[in-house]
Design a protein around this ligand. Structure first.
Ligand code: AMP
Ligand code: MG
Length: 329
């Protein structure tokens, strides 16, 4: 018996149903310009619990609240001029700001922290959804915990099937990796999760910005970053950029034994091995971000996914590399 497919184009009819679901504390997956989100009513403990349960997400990994462009931040958080300048420069867009919370949404959203992360996505479908439902939507990425984040509606469907009532389809996500998470509660903004908005870009607007190093004291402000993430459901093997011959030997062994393999690498390697199954991540950080999760999902169609490391010569690649290394953990 075929399962009911719960993927819907975004129109007035699907939005009306989406509003019914989220106001009744059920979950709706929706597209953003970064990855798909699994949305729930941020005001309801019951709805937030349902998101953690559906994902199998650790209960100390807080969620981001998604708001429409015409929202009032003061309703939810204590604002400050630096945050205002950053919003002016980057929002709507792939930047999440962490503020001191006014504790208006369910305390389960921030896992008991005194802060709240807010994001205003640029994706037109996300904005239509957020405006239409008219309540703050808490949303983690719409994948089962630890799995690769989804960048198409079908990726969401493969993780959740029809166990959630609705997946809104807004096409393939352009950005391709999760938002930059930036803590603006202190004098100097701190990047807790790397993404498409880089420290350099933030510095140009407010004069300063630092990265919280992985495992550092600062990184503890973002509990989610300590967990393993982004794992494809297939065997993986990682090689240094200088070990391409080793990767090719493994690929050949795999094919000779009757199995299938895919090599994921940047264009500088891909151009020389086009006779193999290759997923070319591209050259620039932005293109690599757009392709990374899509490629990891493609890799699941093979018995073995071989990764080849790449040079980090632009800042966006820091965020791509972080996820790439976790995926090949
Ligand atoms: P995901 O929902 O999978 O995109 O993950 C959300 C990310 O935002 C995680 O890395 C969380 O640690 C981070 N985050 C959410 N809320 C907060 C907060 N209040 N303070 C710091 N980091 C947060
Ligand atoms: Mg996630």
């Amino acid at each position: 018996m075929s399962e009911f497919v719960n993927i819907y184009k975004i129109d007035d009819n699907s939005l009306k149903n989406a509003k019914y679901y989220v106001t009744h504390n059920m979950l709706v997956a929706f597209p953003t310009e970064t990855v798909y989100g699994l949305g729930c009513n941020a005001l309801s403990d019951e709805a937030v619990k349902a998101v953690y349960a559906a994902k199998g997400r650790p209960s100390d990994n807080p969620l981001i609240v998604h708001l429409p462009t015409d929202c009032s931040y003061e309703d939810y958080v204590f604002d400050n001029p630096m945050a205002g300048d950053l919003r002016q420069a980057f929002l709507p867009g792939p930047l999440t700001l962490v503020y001191k919370s006014k504790n208006v949404v369910s305390p389960l959203v921030s896992c008991g922290l005194d802060t709240l992360a807010i994001r205003v996505p640029a994706h037109e479908g996300a904005q239509r959804f957020l405006r239409y439902v008219g309540i703050p939507i808490a949303a983690p990425s719409a994948n089962v915990s630890k799995h690769v984040s989804p960048v198409t509606a079908m990726h969401v469907y493969r993780d959740f099937g029809s166990s959630i009532p609705m997946i809104l389809d807004g096409g393939r996500c352009e950005g391709g990796i999760e938002s930059t998470v930036l803590d603006v509660t202190g004098d100097v903004p701190v990047i807790l999760r790397k993404g498409l908005v880089t420290a350099e870009m933030v510095k140009k607007v407010v004069g300063a910005c630092v990265y919280a190093g992985d495992g550092s004291e600062l990184s503890k402000r973002s509990p989610g970053t300590k967990y393993r993430h982004y794992c494809p459901k297939t065997e993986t093997k990682l090689f240094e950029r200088s070990q391409v011959n080793g990767a090719l030997a493994l690929y050949d062994d795999c094919v000779e034994s009757g199995k299938t393999a895919l090599i994921m690498c940047d264009s500088s390697v891909a151009k020389d091995i086009s006779d193999k199954n290759v997923f070319d991540l591209g050259e620039s950080g932005n293109v690599m971000a757009n392709r990374l999760y899509y490629g990891l999902h493609e890799g699941e169609k093979y018995d073995l996914l071989i990764g080849i490391k790449f040079d980090v010569d632009d800042e966006v690649k820091l965020g791509v590399e972080n996820r790439f290394l976790k995926a090949f953990g």
